[in-house]
Design a protein around this ligand. Structure first.
Ligand SMILES: C[S@@+](CC[C@H](N)C(=O)[O-])C[C@H]1O[C@@H](n2cnc3c(N)ncnc32)[C@H](O)[C@@H]1O
Length: 319
């Protein structure tokens, strides 16, 4: 499809500005690089999954992982004293760990048996900085937790040697789908589901991977990730074709809104436990963007359009 054809199909039928056209041309070219050379694209853009790598210290990153792990337990209503008994013997799966499976390592430290970390992109990077992050996580742990954390490394004296795949197995798969069946007791992700290219397939993959009685907990960020102009929701004005032309291979937000997640979960054999907004857009921003919304978002209610992030927890029905 040519760019000219796509321009004709922009969301509101209006003319695109010169700066929009330049943005489309640039983004479409880099999208092809991401498509044919994903590893090179990740390297060139210096992606960590958390944003600007240069600004974070190794101490900040280890703190981020600790806070992320705490937030999951809090959302699951599991008090600290019960973390070890809750995780004992369990197999966990994390979608989209970013450039270091720090939360996975902490889950092993707290007692989990095995972690699968599933990603669409080969982001994990055992750089010197990330080895220092692991060093902080180890130094901040004591006793049995520390032993388990060190025990999930291939070489306890060299974090850069990576993880023992019997404890933390990293799966880079097309579409970021695990392909696991009836294998995991807890699934978690943070800032990932809004990036997956086929949300329907990811939810099906998750449900198939979960054992009966298994739980899933996800924190989802529905904001534009820097891809809006003036209104936090104006990135929903791009037609699906143009958005795909510019970003389909890069893992930027898929733009699905809360209504889509709600209906996908409703189709699974699971019981919804938590669905709560973490951030809301103003009703004025929703009203301003409403007349220019692209097709997939026109039928979304004002109330649902407001959602800019949420927590989701569900449990697979037993039997
Ligand atoms: C913003 S990062 C979040 C990283 C990490 N969870 C954190 O909190 O720092 C998004 C992650 O999702 C991954 N990702 C993108 N598409 C995916 C897919 N379809 N399946 C699984 N992971 C995917 C990215 O490669 C990246 O690791």
């Amino acid at each position: 499809m040519s760019i000219a054809t796509s321009l004709d199909r922009s969301s509101n039928g209006g003319r695109l500005s010169v700066s929009d056209a330049v943005r489309i041309a640039r983004a479409a070219a880099t999208n092809q690089l991401a498509r044919f050379a994903p590893a090179a694209y990740v390297r060139l853009t210096g992606q960590t999954g958390r944003g600007d790598a240069a600004e974070e210290s190794s101490g900040d990153i280890s703190q981020y992982f600790r806070q992320s792990a705490e937030a999951y337990f809090e959302k699951l209503a599991i008090p600290q004293a019960s973390h070890a008994s809750f995780l004992a013997g369990k197999t966990l799966m994390e979608y989209g760990p970013g450039d270091l499976p720090g939360v996975a390592a902490l889950m092993i430290a707290r007692g989990a048996e095995k972690l699968y970390c599933v990603d669409r992109f080969p982001l994990v990077n055992l750089s010197e900085k990330n080895a220092r992050v692991l060093g902080h996580l180890i130094d901040g742990s004591q006793g049995a937790e520390r032993d388990r954390l060190v025990g999930c490394l291939k070489d306890k004296n060299d974090p850069q040697a990576g993880f023992d795949p019997r404890r933390i197995e990293y799966l880079v798969r097309p579409g970021g789908l695990s392909g696991l069946i009836n294998a995991v007791d807890l699934v978690f992700s943070r800032a990932v589901l809004e990036h997956v290219n086929d949300l329907d397939a990811t939810f099906k993959d998750m449900s198939t991977a979960m054992r009966p009685g298994a739980t899933a907990v996800h924190l989802v960020d529905l904001r534009s990730h820097g891809l809006h102009k003036s209104n936090p929701l104006d990135f929903l004005e791009w037609s699906s074709r143009l958005w795909s032309l510019m970003y389909s291979q890069k893992g930027v937000p898929n733009r699905w809104r809360i209504d889509r997640y709600r209906s996908l979960v409703a189709e699974l054999p699971v019981k919804l436990l938590v669905l709560e907004a973490t951030k809301l857009a103003s009703i004025e921003d929703v009203a301003a963007v409403r007349p220019r919304l692209a097709d997939p978002f026109r039928g979304v209610s004002d109330e649902d359009l407001c959602w800019l992030g949420f927590w989701l927890v569900f449990r697979k029905e037993a039997g």
